[in-house]
Design a protein around this ligand. Structure first.
Ligand code: SAM
Length: 197
């Protein structure tokens, strides 16, 4: 589901990028990537997270995708008008990834699965494209944050088939994504890294 105007303001601002910088330090300490890594970021938004991934992890190739073509256009301008050699941009749905099986060393997601109506299908797609031994690196939010008495009036999210902490962890496990480290507030959300068996 695309972001409404209010959530675009929340997400597309420098404070959000600062939080992502801090999260990337944690991710890097738990999930080191080789310099020839193939990396995918799903729901890349305007590309601020992707720039952090590129600077911190320096992957050989960074593939970015988002459901919203406007976000991909913003990411295109963010990456020097698309001239960055290591970055490719795609419009698509995380529940139907247009990448081959076992082709990514890591998939990053910064707060997108709670926007996907069939988030379980997206988890299985993420697992499908990660190589055995590769990483799923995630920051995810729970309904206590985005569907509370205030935020449900301000933001647009799918209403049904929502997930809380146990559902999210169980779904990763079901897709052979084994959590190696995480930091969590059970009402707000989770940051962590999981490895594909
Ligand atoms: C909360 S924003 C996060 C953007 C960026 N990752 C960040 O942290 O700043 C969620 C993003 O996921 C995208 N999105 C929503 N549903 C999606 C789907 N099914 N597949 C891919 N991207 C999706 C939205 O367009 C939006 O850019």
């Amino acid at each position: 589901m695309k972001l409404n105007r209010m959530e675009r303001l929340v997400v597309n601002n420098p404070l959000r990028a600062m939080a992502q910088q801090l999260e990337a330090l944690y991710f890097k300490s738990k999930a080191p990537l080789a310099s020839d890594a193939q990396v995918l970021e799903i729901g890349c938004g305007r590309g601020a997270g992707a720039q952090i991934i590129r600077n911190k992890f320096q992957p050989n190739a960074l593939h970015l995708m988002d459901l919203d073509i406007q976000m991909i256009q913003q990411a295109y301008h963010f990456f020097q008008n698309g001239k960055s050699k290591t970055v490719s941009l795609h419009v698509g749905d995380a529940a139907y990834l247009a990448f081959q099986k076992d082709c990514m060393d890591a998939v990053f997601e910064y707060g997108i699965l709670h926007h996907v109506p069939d988030w379980q299908r997206a988890v299985s797609e993420i697992a499908r494209v990660i190589k055995p031994g590769g990483w799923f690196i995630f920051e995810e939010l729970y309904p206590g944050l985005y569907q509370n008495v205030v935020t449900r009036r301000l933001l647009d999210h799918p209403v049904h088939n929502r997930f809380h902490s146990p559902d999210f962890k169980a779904e990763l496990h079901k897709s052979s994504l084994f959590i190696k480290d995480f930091k969590e507030h059970r009402e707000i959300g989770i940051l962590g890294v999981a490895r594909k068996a």
